[in-house]
Design a protein around this ligand. Structure first.
Ligand code: ADP
Ligand code: MG
Length: 386
């Protein structure tokens, strides 16, 4: 699907995306840079991607008419969040190229399937047990406690998970989560968290971004640093190899992120994966010669993939809705003028109207020639933002 070309029906090549959040918005922007027409399906009238795409189909993800319109308009279709119903992807995939495919997305949607896939790919992950019945709950191995009980599906940003110290807390937590299928994971002694983003083309070409070091607050990504400051070259190579193995064994097409823990004894453990660009890869827009969204466009359109190159050191700060309120709780505009006076500051706002605590409103990437400068400027930005 060459950029700017015309399809057999005489209409411009159009790339479609299921979901209209910020990831969809940045995909649309990357596609538009290359001259593609874009269409977004999202039920929300105020969707960040719908606002910038050529066409916004306002419909639910299982709405037959909406899906029919998306297929009619799109030459190929991608997704921007992992919880797109599998049935919708199957419908779309029957008539249009869809990347990533329904099978791969289904594995990423289910924490138990995801962990089984890690294991089958030879990638270590936390010891876990699937809990779907009261019996499984009662017979869970002692060695998984203390642990974290996570809903098998639909969790994100630390939502749908409860830390449990003992069996009594585990039973209470399962009740609290509504007795839905869950995984109990052993609580691991983390030293730090990493992620690796790969892009894989239909012909098997596989490229990767540098290893990202991530800091979470309250289960939400707060800071990403590249190059990862506290990670040895050997560990970086191991993380990249694991991410590649996971993508390869899924026969994945598209952009995939694998999150890792580094334990206090230095071992690497896979945590989870996302079948799409990832918050920890947003720095690539400003610090790499090709962003994760550029590669999502290329994998979807069947264009050649070249390895992305990091040309600047980067620190990315997530901008959550909390920053839109002062200490008294009064709404404010964050001090962008002062932030943008800092060297190497790149502000990205997603065009969301209502700021709420914990809501991802945008991100700020600081680029610099060296890591110490990027870090120092990022600290200044964080101090300004308060
Ligand atoms: P989400 O889908 O919400 O991102 P994760 O499984 O990535 O869920 O968990 C969110 C965060 O919780 C992780 O980034 C990590 O900081 C912490 N965490 C998750 N699982 C474990 C574990 N087994 N041991 C220790 N910390 C964990
Ligand atoms: Mg996570």
């Amino acid at each position: 699907l060459l950029p700017g070309a015309t399809g057999e029906d005489g209409r411009p090549i159009t790339l479609g995306v299921m979901g209209g959040g910020q990831l969809g918005r940045m995909f649309v922007q990357a596609a538009q840079e290359m001259g593609y027409v874009t269409v977004v399906l999202d039920p929300d009238a105020a969707s960040p991607a719908g606002a910038v795409a050529h066409h916004h189909i306002r419909a639910g993800y299982l709405d037959e008419q909406g899906l029919a319109q998306l297929m009619q308009r799109s030459s190929a279709i991608t997704t921007e969040f992992e919880n797109v119903p599998a049935a919708a992807l199957l419908t779309l995939g029957a008539q249009r190229p869809v990347a990533p495919g329904a099978d791969a997305v289904a594995v990423c949607q289910d924490r138990d399937a995801e962990k089984r896939h890690f294991r089958a790919s030879g990638v270590p992950c936390a010891p876990w047990a699937l809990i779907e019945t009261a019996e499984q709950l009662a017979t869970v191995a002692d060695e998984l406690l203390p642990g974290i009980l996570k809903t098998a599906r639909l969790g994100y940003d630390g939502k749908g998970q409860v830390r449990v110290a003992d069996r009594a807390a585990l039973a209470a937590a399962w009740d609290e989560l509504g007795r839905v299928p869950c995984v109990l994971e052993k609580m691991l002694p983390l030293a730090l968290e990493l992620s690796v983003i790969v892009a894989r083309a239909a012909d098997g070409t596989l490229v990767h971004f540098p290893v990202q070091q991530n800091l979470h607050r309250d289960g939400i990504l707060a800071v990403t640093q590249v190059p990862a400051p506290e990670v040895s070259e050997a560990l970086r190579q191991q993380a990249v190899q694991c991410a590649q193995a996971v993508a390869q064994s899924l026969r994945y097409v598209g952009v995939l992120c694998v999150e890792f823990f580094v334990l206090q004894d230095g071992t690497l453990v896979a945590n989870e994966m996302a079948p799409r660009p990832h918050n920890s890869g947003h720095y690539s827009i400003d610090a790499c010669d090709q962003s994760q969204f550029d590669l999502q466009v290329r994998t979807l359109a069947g264009l050649p993939l070249a390895a992305p190159r990091l040309h600047s050191c980067a620190v990315m700060l997530n901008l959550l809705g909390d920053l839109w309120f002062d200490a008294q709780g009064t709404e404010r505009t964050p001090p962008w003028a002062q932030v943008l006076a800092l060297p190497g500051a790149h502000l990205h706002l997603y065009g969301k109207a209502g700021a709420r605590p914990g809501r991802k409103m945008g991100h700020l990437t600081i680029t610099a020639a060296d890591a110490a400068t990027a870090r120092a400027v990022a600290l200044q930005a964080a101090a300004l933002l308060g």
